[in-house]
Design a protein around this ligand. Structure first.
Ligand code: UDP
Ligand code: MG
Length: 309
């Protein structure tokens, strides 16, 4: 059986279409499936729509979060409740073409354990966004050691991989990268990103920046090491300046250079503050992880009367 996980946040307009499109494609391909909608604490009627759909149609499993926990959490919840031998994660807005699920499934049948959906072309996005995304992915790619520039959350995972992901306790995982990190036999399937049909994107610029910082720090402590490097650099500069100042003192021509002193003071002050900020960020992450709170809270769930065989 194939489990299809669909994270949905304020997607009341897309839920039905997503279900009918995907289940028809899978049925025609003869793939036994269950469709798991994870409602990420929507404030509209997304969950009601899912529930009504589950009463009417079969093979639907709906989960509802007590609040918005983010797409990563929604994916985790889907993975935890999926029962399939293979699991596919796909966006609710059908920007990931559902026909590709069949292609991914066939590759899985050939023995691949992870089938990555790779963006052949990014959908319409502004230049600035494109540039920022490129920078982010080049950093993440360097950290993870794989080219992730066209990676997406659209992927198929074998049961073995799902079981492993379910056992990773990290609260702030990064689904896109972790599936590279785990290894396994993988292959890729290219797809074109479609335009969103209903509603609008759930991302804001600030949200994306937070997402980028959080994911980079999840894979690297390099920023903390940069602090050390900066410290050493400052020490070397200080040594040079000290010799200079001492020589001036001995020659009796000191007291000049107030400006230099001020600039250096401000410079050191700023570096210290930035450094403390970076360290503070990691401490906060450690604190967050150590509290061991759940990644998400499921407040209600529903299932089609007719259970999957
Ligand atoms: N999503 C979610 N929780 C969130 C934000 C988004 O579950 O906090 C879901 C959303 O419903 C959609 C998918 O994640 O199914 C991708 O979101 P969106 O289309 O807004 O992002 P984009 O395609 O613009 O990257
Ligand atoms: Mg989208």
């Amino acid at each position: 059986m194939l489990s299809v996980i669909i994270p949905a946040y304020n997607e009341e307009l897309s839920v039905e279409r997503a279900y009918y499109t995907i289940s028809e494609i899978l049925q025609n391909a003869g793939i036994v499936n269950e469709i798991i909608f994870v409602d990420d604490g929507s404030t509209d009627r997304t969950y009601e729509t899912i529930k009504a759909l589950a009463e009417k149609e079969k093979n639907i499993h709906g989960l509802h979060f007590s609040r918005n926990f983010g797409k990563e959490a929604a994916i985790s919840a889907g993975l935890a409740s999926a029962q399939g031998d293979a699991v596919v994660v796909i966006d609710c807005d059908l920007q990931h073409p559902p026909e590709k699920i069949v292609e991914m499934y066939r590759r899985w049948e050939e023995g691949y354990e992870i089938v990555e959906g790779i963006k052949a072309a990014r959908g319409k996005e502004s230049r600035l966004y494109g540039f920022a995304a490129k920078q982010f992915y080049s950093i993440i790619s360097a950290l993870v050691g794989f080219d992730m520039s066209n990676a997406s959350d659209f992927k198929l995972l074998d049961r073995k991989v799902v079981d492993i992901l379910n056992r990773i306790p990290e609260r702030k995982g990064f689904f896109r990268a972790i599936s590279f990190w785990v290894g396994f036999r993988k292959t890729t399937v290219e797809f074109e990103v479609r335009e969103r049909m209903e509603g609008e994107t759930k991302w804001s610029a600030g949200g994306l920046l937070k997402y980028a910082v959080s994911n980079i720090s999840a894979y690297s402590t390099a920023p903390m090491q940069i602090v050390t490097v900066l410290g050493v650099m400052m020490l070397i500069i200080t040594a040079i300046f000290s010799v200079w100042a001492l020589v001036d003192k001995i020659r009796g021509i000191a007291l000049e250079g107030m400006t230099t002193v001020i600039i250096i003071l401000i410079f050191i002050g700023s570096i210290m503050m930035i450094s403390l900020g970076i360290i503070g960020y990691y401490v906060a992450r450690i604190y967050d992880e150590i509290k061991g709170r759940p990644k998400y809270i499921v407040s209600s769930s529903c299932r089609s009367g007719e259970e999957v065989k």
